[in-house]
Ligand binder design. Sequence first.
Ligand SMILES: C[S@@+](CC[C@H](N)C(=O)[O-])C[C@H]1O[C@@H](n2cnc3c(N)ncnc32)[C@H](O)[C@@H]1O
Length: 279
Amino acid sequence: MVGTDWMRQGARGAGAEPVDLRTDRPHSARMYDYWLGGKTNFDPDRALGEMFERQIPGIRSMARENRRFLGRAVRYLAAEGGIRQFLDIGTGIPTEGNTHEVAQAVAPESRVVYVDNDPIVLAHARALMADGEHGRTAYIDADLRDPGAILAHPELTGTLDLSQPVGLTLVAVLMLIADRDDPWGLVRQLLDALAPGSYIAVSHPGSDFDPAAMRQIADAAGHDGMTLVPRTQEEVARFFGDWELVDPGVVPVMGWRPDGEPPADPAAAYYWSGVARKP
Ligand SMILES: C[S@@+](CC[C@H](N)C(=O)[O-])C[C@H]1O[C@@H](n2cnc3c(N)ncnc32)[C@H](O)[C@@H]1O
């Protein structure tokens, strides 16, 4: 079983032009979908996904834990941070608990702009466009490596008011940006554009949980033409710049404000995570 009918017939882009999904190569969004038990993945995605799993046997539950962090962080921003507008960059293929669903469950008037550069996510974007009576959801086909284009995009400026606080989520996406593209500088450009009272939530695979296995998967990804850069806790902490980290700081993803009982071993999922507020 590969994908759905529209994928076999050919996906369409924003202007309904045919899009080459490059299903002959593995892609991060589809590998993540595979680990989460979705159907939007192809043989090369599954092959590399399984290779990763041989190195890191818990990788599927780690992906689920990352996704849970996204839900907890967005709920925190909406419920405790009072955030009503969200910018979710590196959206992924829609699945359970998408940002607008979590935010609008707390505050129905929440507005969400999704950004991704993957044609498969673009083809799914309609599923993300859920305008409620008060809330609004938009999707931008753009690249995190060009923050200026994201910030100036008419869909963004028509949906979000950048003079008011925004919740920026960069969840499991920064590892796909190489050091040579200066991911810290890119994030800084986004942070500088946001109003005081804004928040950023980040999760990122950590190179310091199982360094040998992380090196193996990063190398394997590189052989398949995919950038994957696990980073240390200190490198991840630098993404927050001088914003105030929310308690408990930059911690393993399962240990960030868990629902219910704290996990016995928070470091069982190899992602760093944190949330910070612009003073
Ligand atoms: C692993 S998924 C994470 C999905 C979601 N944020 C989550 O954590 O559940 C990473 C997503 O980032 C997207 N992505 C990768 N590089 C990107 C870039 N340079 N600009 C925008 N999106 C990018 C991929 O297409 C993919 O959908």
